[in-house]
Design a protein around this ligand. Structure first.
Ligand code: ADP
Ligand code: MG
Length: 387
């Protein structure tokens, strides 16, 4: 939908015109997986698709929420914004954001009629939830004149997801949706929130996101296991190297002390984390030197490490990545996000995209019986006002 169509849809829903349109993107992590809670860096970029929010004030003292993607509509009194709705209502994402503003001492005295529309495939791991939270936070910040910076808007989104959707996510998704910049990726330390915007010049190359449509996902059990195993590795290293996070060890350091990790599983988990931190650093350097081929090689190594050492890929993600590696014109391909299901991200030369979609799609269906979907993305801007 273009903005003209969105405005008509708003008029059809609320019988008046929207006074503003905002946008916040979904994101994809290019490299740096399962490094965030180990004190390491991630390297996500904002996508050209995301969530739009159209809004106008009303004089009902109510916040009305509609979405063109979902049928359910919600109408809340201003006093009802501080309690989550039951039954996983989609409006909990934006309501959670309102609640965070209120928690920060902001008084909401005015009702609003809000309409969302998103073109991020929901539940695919491209963070349609963060896009919705961040677009709401960005819009409210402007409507209420609260002056929060982009990092604070990301934190507001993250807290909304924790408290209103019950998902204990890290900060990466909201940070990328808030801070993203066209043709740049964000080299972000999730612990300190220090970050650099690194130019990603993809001349003749596209970011292709491939969706497994697998019902599997990284559940909290598997996630918590990985967190625990990484902690065990840190504990077993304590006598030789007292560190807080695995990411503090360079590859060379790790090789000197890894024998101290006697738990075989913890050892492999640690090897992934240390390697991935190094690969992410190397990938950023490769980009800075304009060496996109090397960036692709590191993406492939990342997938292999996530498959063999971290064991979070599964047959669907492996089928997609392994099929992609065989296609000429693919620079690199790896799983992205938590793992098991969700998507892979690939860098593909433009002229190879039709072959990529055909061959990878075919091989994926042969191996898994499922049908993959492909999205060709640009690296877009973070949250902004459209008009
Ligand atoms: P992901 O963030 O990976 O896309 P999540 O399960 O975290 O997946 O978030 C998806 C949920 O976010 C949807 O089930 C829905 O509740 C909500 N959501 C996202 N975008 C929209 C939208 N445009 N309209 C209504 N709800 C949305
Ligand atoms: Mg999400």
């Amino acid at each position: 939908m273009n903005t003209l169509e969105l405005k008509s849809a708003y008029e059809a829903a609320y019988h008046k015109s929207a006074t503003a349109i905002y946008f916040a993107p979904g994101r994809v992590n290019l490299i740096g997986e399962h490094t965030d809670y180990n004190g390491g860096f991630v390297f996500p970029c904002a996508l050209s698709f995301g969530t739009y929010l159209l809004v106008a004030p009303n004089d009902e003292q109510k916040i009305n929420f509609r979405s063109l993607n979902v049928e359910a509509v919600y109408s809340l009194e201003l006093s009802q914004l501080t309690t989550p709705l039951p039954d996983k209502a989609w409006a909990n994402y934006p309501i959670g954001v309102f609640a965070q503003f209120i928690k920060r001492g902001v008084v909401i005295e005015q009702g609003y009629d809000i309409l969302f529309w998103g073109n991020v495939p929901a539940g695919a791991g491209l963070s349609s939830s963060a896009a919705m939270e961040v677009v709401t936070a960005y819009a409210l910040n402007e409507l209420l004149g609260t002056g929060f910076d982009r990092t604070e808007l990301a934190k507001i989104g993250q807290k909304a997801e924790h408290e209103y959707a019950g998902v204990m996510c890290g900060i990466m998704d909201q940070f990328a949706s808030s801070h993203g910049k066209q043709d740049h990726a964000i080299y972000l330390n999730c612990d300190t929130l220090a970050f650099d915007l690194v130019p990603v010049k993809l001349e003749g190359i596209k970011v292709v996101v491939s969706n497994t449509h697998s019902p599997h996902h990284l559940d909290s059990g598997a996630y918590n296991d990985r967190v625990r195993q990484c902690r065990l590795a840190v504990e077993q290293l304590a006598a030789l190297r007292p560190i807080k996070y695995l990411a503090e060890l360079s590859q060379a350091d790790f090789e000197q002390v890894e024998h101290a990790i006697t738990d075989e599983v913890a050892h492999r988990r640690a090897r992934h984390v240390v390697g991935e931190v190094q690969r992410t650093k190397d990938a950023v350097e490769a980009l800075q030197q304009g060496d996109i081929e090397q960036f692709g090689v590191l993406m492939n190594q990342s997938h292999i490490s996530l498959r063999d050492d971290y064991e979070v890929t599964g047959p669907e993600l492996d089928a997609l990545a392994e099929a992609a590696w065989k296609v000429e014109g693919v620079l690199g391909s790896r799983m992205t996000g938590g793992g098991f299901g969700g998507c892979t991200v690939s860098l593909v030369r433009e002229e190879a995209i039709p072959t990529f979609i055909e061959q990878v799609g075919k091989e994926y269906t042969e191996k898994t019986g499922l049908k993959a979907d492909f999205y060709i993305a640009e690296i877009g801007n973070g949250a902004h006002r459209v008009e």
